[in-house]
Design a protein around this ligand. Structure first.
Ligand SMILES: Cc1cc2nc3c(=O)[nH]c(=O)nc-3n(C[C@H](O)[C@H](O)[C@H](O)COP(=O)(O)OP(=O)(O)OC[C@H]3O[C@@H](n4cnc5c(N)ncnc54)[C@H](O)[C@@H]3O)c2cc1C
Length: 326
């Protein structure tokens, strides 16, 4: 029993982008443990996706194809992937920590008398074996989790924990795998996918975003950053606590449970730079951070950083922008 198996996620024949982050994790884990990484994609009509995967540095690509996998169901995916894992015998199975994975992966792990080590932010090697790191108490503590007992072990990875652009190219053989599925064993009957109503604000289309965090202290202070957004012709966005408190609407939240944005300029004002926020904005071309704590993690991704009190810096910036615009 050896090797790393990455379970990809697709919907309607389009990848969930977190799948590629998981491939990177799989490639790195395999390289460090001296084994091979393979990947699997499940669904109906997924030959094209498997072909795309075959151009990555993987030992094998498994195309898990069945009519009953056309629409996602926990029962269908669990049965199909259980059969694949029993055949492939990997030591570690990696998933992207998506909503779909949260739905079926614990059930799948249980089929092997295992637990899911969920939402890991990375791993390191100790005596030749991987130790996975999970955050506790909203990131205040890191816990090390070392899988014990017999393989396979099941691990899901947090969005943004690995960089999709580091995926290594190569070539892999595609193997078709047809699971034996019984329609009567699939208890859920999928309906049309839920469609979100058109968003009032499309942050993903904004060139400049001024984003505010808990450093703003109270709702009454929001107009201070709003003024900067207005002066710059930017959209206003926020970290999660601001939206959770109802100081700005949910649709303006950036991060793992909000929107993912990649504007030309992203200004993070009074935002510490928690991983769940970073995953939503680190694709911005230029990141400007204003924070009074010189050690705030946001400065690790910032191109320009101002260590200072936002209540002094932001009004001064507004004035300068207005002057520059005449
Ligand atoms: C499952 C899950 C999903 C999550 N999803 C998201 C998400 O989508 N988006 C998101 O943002 N978060 C998300 N979070 C929360 C995330 O972990 C952080 O708690 C959150 O991002 C912190 O927000 P913040 O940076 O505004 O606040 P804090 O972490 O409290 O940071 C405030 C910052 O302001 C600075 N500051 C204070 N006063 C001033 C001042 N006068 N001038 C300048 N700087 C000042 C401080 O130094 C500090 O760095 C999620 C968490 C979990 C567990």
């Amino acid at each position: 029993m050896s090797g790393v198996l990455v379970i990809m996620e697709q919907r309607a024949n389009a990848w969930n982008r977190m799948s590629w982050e998981t491939v990177v994790a799989g490639q790195q884990l395999a390289a460090q443990t001296g084994v091979a990484a393979s990947a699997a994609v499940a669904g109906h009509g997924i030959a094209g996706l498997a072909e795309e995967l075959a151009h990555k540095k993987l030992e094998k690509v498994y195309a898990v194809e069945h009519d009953l996998l056309g629409a996602y169901t926990a029962d269908g995916y669990t049965a199909a992937l259980e059969q694949l894992i029993r055949k492939v015998n990997p030591a570690i199975v990696l998933f992207p920590h998506t909503y779909q994975v949260r739905d079926f992966a614990p059930k799948l792990a249980t089929r092997f008398n295992q637990v899911l080590i969920s939402d890991a932010i990375g791993f390191r090697m100790e005596s030749g074996a991987p130790v996975f790191v999970r955050q506790l108490f909203q990131g205040k503590l890191n816990a090390d989790v070392q899988p014990g007992g017999t393989a396979p072990h099941f691990v899901s990875l947090q969005a943004g924990a690995f960089r999709a652009d580091q995926v290594e190219d190569g070539s892999a053989a595609v193997e078709n795998f047809a699971p034996a599925l019984d329609a009567s064993a699939i208890r859920a009957k999928p309906l049309e996918p839920f469609r979100e109503s058109a968003r009032a604000v499309d942050l993903t289309a904004a060139d400049i975003i001024v984003s505010v965090g808990r450093g703003i202290k109270e709702k009454e202070n929001i107009p201070i950053v709003e003024e900067l957004a207005k002066a710059l012709g930017a959209e206003l966005a926020a970290s999660r606590p601001i939206c959770d408190s109802g100081w700005l609407p949910m649709e303006r939240q950036v991060g793992s449970s909000g929107q993912t944005v990649s504007p030309k300029v992203y200004m993070a004002i009074g935002i510490s730079g928690a991983i769940q926020h970073l995953v939503g904005m680190k694709g911005a071309k230029t990141i400007v951070a204003i924070n009074k704590d010189a050690n705030a993690p946001i400065f690790e991704v910032a191109d320009y950083g101002i260590v200072g009190d936002l209540f002094e810096v932001v009004p001064a910036l507004v004035e300068e922008v207005k002057k520059a615009k005449g």
